[in-house]
Design a protein. Sequence first.
Length: 410
Amino acid sequence: MDQRHDQIEGNSEPSHSFGQVSHLALDIGGTLIKVVYFSTSRDDCIDHEGDSSANNTLGVSKSGKHILEGRLHFAKFETRNINDCLEFISSKKLHLGGFQRCRNLAKDKNLIKATGGGAHKFAELFREKLGIDLDKEDEMDCLVAGANFLLKAVHREAYTYVGGEKEFMQIDQNDLYPYLLVNIGSGVSMIKVDGDGKFERVSGTNVGGGTFWGLGRLLTKCKSFDELLELSYRGNNRVIDMLVGDIYGGMDYSKIGLSSTTIASSFGKAVSDYKELEDYKPEDVARSLLRMISNNIGQIAYLNALQFGLKRIFFGGFFIQGQPYTMDTISVAVHFWSKGEAKAMFLRHEGFLGALGAYVSYAKNRLDDLVCNESIQIPVSASYAADPKYNPRNADLNDNESMQCSVYTA
């Protein structure tokens, strides 16, 4: 099935004319802007049984609820390129409401749900450029609501990553809480979640995705976050990191359970090698940086989980992006510090928690009223003006993927 942005299921028309669009939601962070919106699969609305409803009206389920079927779409942009995001929204008319021929779901077409610090910082820019007002939702509320939605409504959303293999976990909704949500954005927030709307931010660290991107940009001259991640994937951190074996002549420090390959000091070899930055390969620097930050986050996450007696830790945020090395490093850190008692778990839509939380905050799209089928696709991170040299897979918006959903509207 073609999941391309301009080939929405059931419609072969270009993306600017597919179905109808409703309920655009934004998460405007310090580094990235995340976008989520819903569109119908076809120009008409369809009922619960999948049949076209007469006169383009909403379908009605046996429970009496009106239903629209369509897809949730995902996209991201670097916050520094916010004008690209504005152009994307404008070109696809995402801010003009939708489903007018079916039913007006929004009380105010010019009011868009948004969260993150940028919802405050750029509010006037959105009003000036697009004529829309940002209806601001609390960032932590949205992160938790987005995570709870994914864990409850989306099949095969959570998984572990061990030894290079994903293992999808069946989450018992009756045994979901409590859990620790570790959201890795520009910084890192660690949130103890006890239920819908019941949570506490228990800790965090300023060493997060923004640290990786900022230091990486200075050290490697990479032009984008995605380029830096790709660069790190090709590197070898052992060229720069000081290992236990480097200190003990290739031997383990078995008395305290440290193998010879354990990192004793990130970037430690740069002290003894007496080399300059240009003497190191950029990919090795990027790899060491990624390893350092991932290890640090994994350790802090476990220590917080230990404090509250939590065995289940979910990691989200665009820092991860499904990168095997990032997930492996976090998983190993949690396993090491917990002595195997705790597991790191990841989410397929990890970067869109806040945007999804803002989306489900629309009054008539309550969490329980959005049902997604099992054919979930991992969202591709794309940029409206991406340079294919840096990110060839994601260079075109048409690569954005989506999940098929049904919306109960009333």
